[in-house]
Each structure stands twice: as C-alpha cells, then as structure tokens.
Design a protein around this ligand. Structure first.
Ligand code: F6R
Length: 628
C-alpha cells in the first residue's frame, strides 16, 4: 500500500528516490511519481500509471538534477489509478508539492471550502486537498511551511503520512504522520536525511532512524539537527533508534520471485525465530557429569509481565488475513496449554463491534507488517478499555510494535511477496512458544508434553526442508489445476486454519476461487459443489482425528471429487484413495500446521506462475494495508 520516499542532502536525490521506490514495491501500488527541486531551482514532477519502471521511462531524458526530492507509490483509494491521480500533488501556485499515504476522511468538505476560495483541483484524490490547504494556510498566516502544515493537519480528519517541499525554500523538507508510518534516516553529521514509509529504503545509507509518532511534524534541514513538533507547535523528542536491516534479505537471492524465496527461507528463519528462545538446561549429577537435558522457553515479554498475563480471564486475538489464520491456531494452542478461553476476532469487526473487553483481558495483536490500520485501531480500543495488549509482529519498530504494551517479534526478516508465507509460520512458532511459556507459568501444561513439544519444535525446520525438496513434484501436480475455476480446502482441528490459509494463498495470487472448511462441516452445504471438476485439497496429516478425516475423505470420493491429499509419509491407505498426494513428515498435532501449510504455499505459487500472473504483486492487493 502507498509508499513514501524522500531525500535532502548533498547527493543527487533522483537515484535515491527511485531505488527507495523499488524497495517499497512489495507494498503493492498502481502508479508512481516523484518531485525534484532541480539545480536550476525548478520544481520538476514526473508521474506514471503502472510500475516504478514506467516512472523511470517517463523521466528519461528530462531534468532529474537536484538534491531535494520526494517520491511515492500510490495504491488507489480515491480516484482511479492514473497519471493525474498519482502523487506528488502540487499547490495552485505551483510552489508546494506533497506526497501522502492514508486517507483524509473530510476531504469533500475541505475541498468544497477551498473551491469557494478559488482553488482549482486537478485530481479526484483526497490528497490534493492537503496540498491546497497547506498553501491556503501559508498565505493566510504568512508563515513558514512547517507552521502551515501544522495548521492544515489540525483541520484534516483521517490518517496520513506526508512529505512536503516548497520550491522557494529548497533546504528543508517537512514530514508528518498520523496512523500511517514514517521513518527518518539521519546521515552522518546531519549532512543528509532520508525519509521513507519503512526502514528498507533507508537501511543502506544509515542505521540511525527516527520513527515519527502520531500527530508529529518533522522539520528536516540539511546540516541541522532534526526537529520534531507536536501539532500544537511544542518541540517533541526525536528518539533515534539503531535499526539493522539485513540487506541481503531484501533481494531475491537467485529465486525468480520473492514469494518462492520466502517459502524456501522458512527453515532458516524459523531457526532464527527460535534462537535464544528455546534453551537447553543441563542438570549435572554430584559427580559433575551431565546426566539430564531439558528444554525451556525463554520469552522475556511473558516473564516480565507475569502479573498481567496470569490474571487474564480471557484472551482476545485481533488480526487480519493470514495473521488471523495464525490466530485461529493460537486459540487452540493457548486453550490447550494455558486453559484460558480465547476469542479470535477480525480486527476490522472488533473495532466497530462495541466489544466487551476490560482490564482482566489480554488482547494479542498479530501482524506481519505491524502497520495494518484495522489491527492498530483494535489495539487502541483495547487499550482504552484497559486491556493489556501483547503484540506478535514481524516489522521491527512498526506502529503496532510500538503501540502494544509488550510483545514478541517473529524475526523472520522482511517479507516482500504480497502473499504472506514465512510470516505465517513465524507467527505460529511464536504462538506455540507463548502458549508453552504461559502454560508453564500457570502450571497448566503437562511437564512431559512441554518437553515433547519443544523437542519436536526444534526439528520442524528440518521437516520443512523435507517438504521443500518436493518442489518439482508439487510443480508437476500444479499443472493439472491451472485451468480450474474453484477449489475446496478441507482440514480438521489444527489443520482447519491451514485449509483456510491454503485457500487464501491460492485465491490471492492465482485469482482462482477457493474456500476452506472444517472437513466435517462439508456435509452441511459445500458437499453440493463436489463433482469430478471440483479439486478438493484434503489435509489428512492429523493424528487425533485421522479416522474421522478418512470418513470425510470417503464422502468426497463417493461424489467423484478430484482429491489432492496432504498426507503423512507412507500413509498407504490414503495414497490408494486419491488422485494426487503430497507427503509431509509426521509431527505432533499442534505443530502440524507448520509442515502442512508448506505444500499449499508451493502449490499456489506454481499454479499462479503457470497462469502467467504477477506472483509477488497480485492485482488489487497491498502488502501493508494502512487504510481501513
Ligand atoms: C495474505 C496477506 C494478508 C495479510 C493481512 C494482514 O497473504 O498477506 O491477508 O495477512 O493483510 O497483514 P498484517 O499481518 O501485516 O497485519
């Protein structure tokens, strides 16, 4: 979803802006643009519908000089994707230009008022209102750009991250945020500054980053200290954080798509996710010889918040999409190991549902990007109602990470492909660790089971590697399904959320309609859909209810359904019953999602590639959904 990049310093801004926009491509967008104050003091704007490469083509051969610039990738909300609606937008005088992420909810009212004062609008966007309003305030008050920005933002209702420049004052860049992320990178001795929606476009230049808070305006001037103000004009503290982004993680590493790389990253990133969190205890006998080894979970967020977590009468998980599916697995884990009732809510529903939440509830917010607007709003509501909020987040320093009371990072590295893969397995891994740690603290987890689950969890990366080796076989199977129009995914227990996740992965990147169901629920409706043309992906790799799953499988076979089964290795019974199967290594029930989701990720990837689709940036989707 929309991305902002800005630069002010001593180097040419244009290449930095373009590289930054490429870094943000993963967020999803449909047009791009940039503004430069050139060496000759002109304001040059280049825009294009489509990709950053189209913007580069639009600027080719034109004046791209200058050491101050802002750039943007737009994901259309108000007004279709087009060159006119693409950012930057320019004020009526042509002096001030602005890029914006978010939505100005009262833009119609503001626009009408400005039109009455003679302002003419060129686009259908809510954003253009802001740039005109800033110019109006500047003229009205005869004030500096930053003061005009503050006054304009006080009138705007909604969410924004903005970067603004005034060609009359080319030594300064003004930025502000409310409910949409914005990071400022500080170069050596303040000689240059970088601005971006997240740290990825900044990381190769500096590690010193300031994340703006809501309702803050930053005044960025070459050669001077960074100043941050509240909307009321009081100086605020710019807290500088040391941010380390592994740049190799931002490249495709030899894979044709980020999604495939991220699927293959999973064994390693899950090891990273567990590192230091599962520790060996070696008990020595009096002779000094080690004689017993046990494993333990160390999650500082759990041990440091004993009081808040132990008093939880209920846990509510809030999240969206794939993170919501991880939440459904989390519910089963927490209820089993901690004996605390858990509700899993879509963040978008929770925030408007007048939820019954109080100080005895713990709310867990799960988010890969840490910027999902609905999840952020759900957190704010939960906090207002007094709940203790725990975040399970991937993006370090993101808004959700900063707005929760405590939390655990999943540490799986930047996820660039729009379809979430490694974040899902990272979230499930952290939820497993969380429920074991809390269950141990509460005394509700059986000691032997605690040891068994931990001993098995550390083997999961190897088991995923076994599944990844079947990539070619899965690719072959995928070819049979390329022209299908509908899919059904069925699973039970811990594998029911995996069925939902498999269906979501397929529909978002291959545009094939797919639905996930609990296997036994099938006969209450979806069974009517089953015939020889309906592929049914069946997750049978579940110990506890294996016999019941076999009965459900029989029901599909009797209706001539075309079955692709995910089975435990050597499950000869199912192999004989189905058209296709993919074997996954055995593991214990609660960990089975970590292996059974892998073939479903690979399957959707190959179906989408065979259909010739843009796997990493599927149509209409954004990586970071920063509007509600
Ligand atoms: C699916 C997908 C989305 C996200 C959802 C939540 O592959 O990527 O469904 O899971 O938009 O995003 P986060 O986890 O960033 O809050």
């Amino acid at each position: 979803m929309c991305g902002i990049v800005g630069y002010i310093g001593y180097r040419k801004a244009y290449p930095i802006l373009i590289k930054g926009l490429h870094r943000l491509e993963y967020r999803g967008y449909d047009s791009a643009g940039c503004a430069l104050v050139t060496d000759g003091g002109n304001l040059e704007i280049y825009k294009a519908k489509g990709k950053v490469a189209d913007l580069e083509a639009a600027a080719d051969g034109k004046d791209v000089s200058g050491e101050l610039g802002i750039a943007h990738t737009r994901w259309a909300t108000h007004g279709a994707p087009s060159t006119t609606n693409a950012h930057p937008h320019v004020s009526m005088s042509g002096d001030i230009t602005l890029v914006h992420n978010g939505i100005i909810e009262n833009y119609v009212t503001l626009r009408t008022q400005l039109e009455k004062r003679g302002y003419v609008f060129k686009s259908q966007t809510d954003t253009e209102v802001l740039v005109q309003l800033i110019e109006f305030q500047q003229k009205l008050r005869n004030c500096s750009l930053e003061v005009a920005v503050r006054y304009a933002l006080k009138l705007a209702i909604g969410a924004y991250a903005i970067a603004v420049i005034d060609k009359k004052n080319p030594t300064r860049l003004v930025a502000a945020r409310k409910a949409s992320p914005l990071a400022i990178g500080i170069g050596e001795e303040n000689k240059e500054f970088f601005l971006a929606s997240d740290a990825s476009p900044i990381a190769e230049y500096t590690k010193q980053i300031v994340y703006l808070n809501d309702d803050e305006v930053a005044v960025i001037e070459r050669g001077k200290d960074l100043h941050v103000f509240t909307l009321q004009g009081e100086e605020a503290t710019a807290e500088v954080k040391e941010v380390d982004v592994d740049l190799s993680m931002l490249d495709k590493g030899g894979y044709p798509h980020f999604m495939l790389k991220e699927i293959f990253d999973q064994p390693q990133v899950l090891r990273d996710c567990m590192r230091g969190r599962i520790v060996n205890n070696i008990y020595s006998s009096v002779t000094g010889q080690a004689h017993e080894v046990s494993l333990d979970v160390v999650l500082s967020a759990v041990s440091n918040h004993r009081r808040e977590l132990l008093r939880a009468r209920r846990i509510v998980i809030v999240s969206c999409g794939t993170s919501w599916h991880a939440g459904l697995i989390g519910k089963q884990l927490i209820e089993h190991f901690c004996r605390i009732p858990v509700e899993v809510a879509y963040a978008s529903e929770f925030r408007y549902s007048d939820p019954v939440v109080d100080k005895d509830d713990v709310v867990i917010a799960i988010s890969q990007s840490g910027e999902t607007a609905d999840t952020l709003a759900a957190i704010q509501l939960a906090k207002e109602k007094g709940a203790f909020v725990y975040g399970i987040v991937n993006a370090v320093g993101s808004s959700i990470a900063r707005n929760t009371d405590t939390g655990t990072y999943i540490h799986v590295g930047p996820e660039i492909g729009v379809a979430s893969t490694k974040a899902f397995t990272g979230q499930v891994t952290v939820l497993t660790l969380f429920s074991l740690a809390l269950g141990m603290m509460k005394g509700t987890v059986d000691q032997q089971e605690y040891q068994d689950v931990l001993a098995e969890l550390v083997k999961i990366p190897e088991k995923i590697e076994v599944v990844l080796k079947q990539n070619d076989k899965i690719k072959e199977i995928a070819q049979q399904y390329v022209n299908c129009r509908n899919f059904l995914y069925l699973g039970r227990g811990y594998n029911y959320p995996v069925a939902l996740e498999g269906a979501l992965k397929l529909k978002e990147i291959s545009y094939i309609h797919a639905e996930g169901y609990p296997a036994a629920e099938m006969k209450h409706g979806p069974i009517a859909l089953i015939d020889e043309n309906m592929p049914v992906v069946f997750l049978t790799n579940h110990h506890a209810r294996y016999q019941k799953v076999i009965s459900n499988l029989q029901e599909v076979i009797s209706r001539h359904g075309n079955i692709l089964a995910i089975i435990h290795k050597d499950d000869e019974t199912v192999k004989k019953m189905v058209q296709n199967y993919i074997e996954v290594p055995e593991t214990i029930s609660c960990l089975s999602p970590l292996v059974s989701v892998i073939p479903l990720q690979i399957l959707s990837y190959h179906v989408a590639v065979a259909r010739g689709l843009n796997v990493d940036q599927p149509r209409n989707l954004a990586k970071s959904v920063t509007v509600e």
